[in-house]
Design a protein around this ligand. Structure first.
Ligand SMILES: [Zn+2]
Length: 164
């Protein structure tokens, strides 16, 4: 067994270094904490099945499956659930993981929580406005943040900048 105190110490250290907001209980906020509220059937009607599975069921798309991996244009990545701008192309980089990766989100765009879906706790990333699950954040990213926001392409839509 892994010592729970060690895990907690590690988690606290991570949170301190990364400056992430960790929630008390470690779970995603109650659904009514989000600005955009839809019933499960409403979400099913506005999202594709694949988008629904990632955004609402917190599934992870297969690596290498997203066309956004190869998206290199300047523009903005918005939440596929509610169109909130969440990442800029300026902070996108090739992490070689098979998922669209960024080193920093846009201001006031995301929320984080700890999930325990795997043995070790991970920091889950969701849209601050609709609560849709976007991906996870890890501490093996590039400068200047050292963070890797590992996103599901299905949870994002890309809006290219208008030509100058
Ligand atoms: Zn959203």
């Amino acid at each position: 067994m892994i010592d729970r105190r060690l895990l907690l110490a590690g988690a606290a250290g991570l949170a301190g270094i990364a400056g992430l907001r960790w929630l008390n209980s470690g779970d995603v906020e109650a659904a009514d904490a989000f600005e955009i509220q839809k019933s499960d059937s409403e979400w099913r009607s506005v999202l594709t099945k694949a988008q629904y599975e990632v955004l609402r069921l917190r599934r992870t798309e297969p690596p290498g499956s997203s066309p956004l991996n190869d998206e290199k244009r300047k523009g903005t990545f918005v939440c596929a659930g509610c169109d909130l701008p969440v990442f800029s192309s300026e902070t996108k980089y090739d992490s070689k993981t098979g998922w669209p990766s960024f080193y920093r989100p846009l201001p006031n765009a995301i929320g984080t929580a700890t999930d325990h879906l795997l043995l070790l706790p991970r920091t889950e990333v969701h849209c601050r406005r609709c609560g849709g699950h976007l991906g996870h954040v890890f501490e093996d990213g590039p400068p200047p943040t050292g963070l890797r926001y590992c996103m599901n392409g299905l949870a994002l839509k890309f809006i290219p900048d208008a030509p100058a």
